[in-house]
Design a protein around this ligand. Structure first.
Ligand code: ADP
Ligand code: MG
Length: 467
């Protein structure tokens, strides 16, 4: 036989094997796992097949390799071996196995801190998505020169019948409205096309879910879940810097969704080409669609935003106070925070017609509108999910450690992350006394001091709630 004969024969055999696999395993599994296989090289003793990621290779090797070999050997008895490699990684020195330990190590966290979801139960979309801020809508987004491209692109994504560009990549400094625009897209689609599955989450949460999936051998559900969405939004993708295994998994998810013509929206603090701690192929892929830059705010935009916020709250703020604030805040909207104290003092001097109290009131609301507020309900939900207990256990009288400890963690986080008083927190936990909350806070502080893993666990939860 000549080399060409081997090639042609093998191509036909491979196509036969693929058909058999699809019939045996069903279209969905075949599509997720086996359709990405390609013949990489052919030698006299066997063939080498390639897949896009290490993680897929390991999975195929453990689940399907035997069946592929048998099917192929049945067709061609002279075939001795079928191998699997990762495409484009042949020369990489670190082609080790992807496992939870490795991904967690890249993220700088202990794998033990990623706790167990309910058995092998698949997560639902509701559990995966981050809550949307009700104030982050298109109506509340003030458009100006610095953000008009990003805004127009976001509108285009929600109005177009087909995916207009993939991905939409939004980038800019802190507090310039990236998250606001993403939430606005999600709200808009939820309202107009409720059947479309929209998933918004931070890059950090994506990584966390990925580690959980690896750790609890739930990767199939993880993959299926992300491949089932219509619109995927990943916020702050710069978080994936240097986390190679997470990047790789994300790259693969990304490609699968683009292939299926699903919309992807990404945000980051830098342009794709400047994200130099991301792998080259991912960086280049991120720049394939529309890259929209949000520039630092201008005086006019800041003034516009202040007017809009005052109007939303139905409060008349003297023009001078507005102008003063718009001057004070130089780079981003969150800086209002820093301008508060001086703002109050100055506003009372220039705005004779408004009292100190009203100015404070107005400013406090303006500022509060710029913070991401976490509710006790969100905390309870996230903590319950994290420790695999029911949300109802947050309110129940059950005292067994399994539920009491998570409840204490939730109380502790409620104290840390919200403005609620101890009695208020107690009421939200099944009408408990404020001393119970105080005890919980102390207990958790004590445990954090003595158990670094536990402490990390709590920090992780806290970051997830804040993101
Ligand atoms: P980023 O994600 O870019 O760091 P955010 O989207 O969290 O920034 O915005 C920070 C705050 O500023 C939010 O309260 C947001 O509503 C507000 N904000 C930013 N840009 C605008 C805008 N153009 N119009 C109205 N509010 C804005
Ligand atoms: Mg943001």
């Amino acid at each position: 036989m000549t080399g060409k004969d081997i090639g042609d024969g093998l191509a036909a055999e491979w196509s036969h094997v693929r058909k058999e696999l699809e019939t045996e395993l069903g279209a969905a599994i075949f599509k997720s796992w086996l359709s990405p296989l390609e013949v990489e090289s052919v030698k006299s003793e066997g063939v080498t097949l390639s897949v896009p990621t290490r993680f897929m290779r390991d999975w195929i090797q453990s689940k399907y390799a035997g069946r592929i070999r048998d099917l192929w050997a049945a067709k061609n008895p002279s075939l001795r071996n079928v191998d699997f490699v990762v495409r484009g990684l042949a020369s990489k020195p670190d082609g080790g196995e992807v496992n939870a330990e490795r991904v967690a190590a890249e993220a700088g966290i202990a794998v033990e801190s990623v706790t167990h979801p309910a058995g092998n139960r698949a997560w639902t979309l509701e559990e995966v998505v981050a809550p949307l801020d009700p104030r982050f809508t298109f109506d509340n987004f003030v458009v100006g020169k610095p953000n008009e491209l990003a805004h127009a692109a976001a509108r285009r994504v929600v109005e177009a019948d087909e995916v207009p560009f993939n991905p939409l990549f939004l980038y800019g400094g802190v507090g310039l409205g990236k998250t606001h625009l993403m939430h606005a897209i999600a709200w808009h689609i939820r309202e107009r096309a409720p059947k479309r599955k929209v998933v918004y989450l931070s890059a950090e949460k994506f990584m966390y879910l990925f580690i959980r999936a690896l750790r609890f051998k739930n990767t199939m559900a993880f993959k299926d879940l992300f491949r089932s969405v219509d619109v995927l939004m990943i916020d702050d993708v710069q978080f994936m810097a240097d986390k190679e295994a997470t990047q790789e998994e994300f790259f693969h998810t990304f490609n699968a969704l683009v292939d299926q013509k699903r919309q992807i929206i990404i945000s980051a603090d830098k342009s794709p080409s400047d994200l130099d701690r991301l792998e080259e192929r991912l960086r280049s892929r991120l720049g394939w669609g529309l890259v929209a830059d949000i520039h630092a705010t201008t005086y006019e935009l800041r003034l516009g935003i202040l007017h809009s916020k005052a109007e939303q709250m139905g409060i008349a703020v003297p023009a001078k106070v507005m102008e003063f604030l718009a001057h004070r805040i130089t780079s981003n909207i969150r800086e209002l925070e820093g301008a508060r104290t001086r703002g109050i003092a100055h506003a009372t001097l220039v705005g004779r017609d408004i009292t100190l109290e009203t100015t404070q009131e107005v400013l406090r609301d303006l500022l509060r509108a710029n913070e991401r507020r976490v509710t006790i309900e969100e905390i309870q939900k996230q903590v319950a999910q994290h420790f695999n207990v029911r949300v109802a256990d947050m309110h129940s009288d059950r005292r067994s450690r399994v539920v009491a400890r998570p409840r204490q963690v939730a109380m502790y986080l409620a104290k840390q992350l919200t403005q609620r008083s101890l009695p208020e927190i107690g009421r939200k936990f099944g009408g408990r006394d404020h001393t119970t909350v105080m005890h919980a806070v102390r207990k958790i502080e004590e445990l954090r001091g003595s158990d670094p893993n536990f402490s990390e666990d709590v920090d992780l939860l806290r970051r997830m709630l804040e993101s």
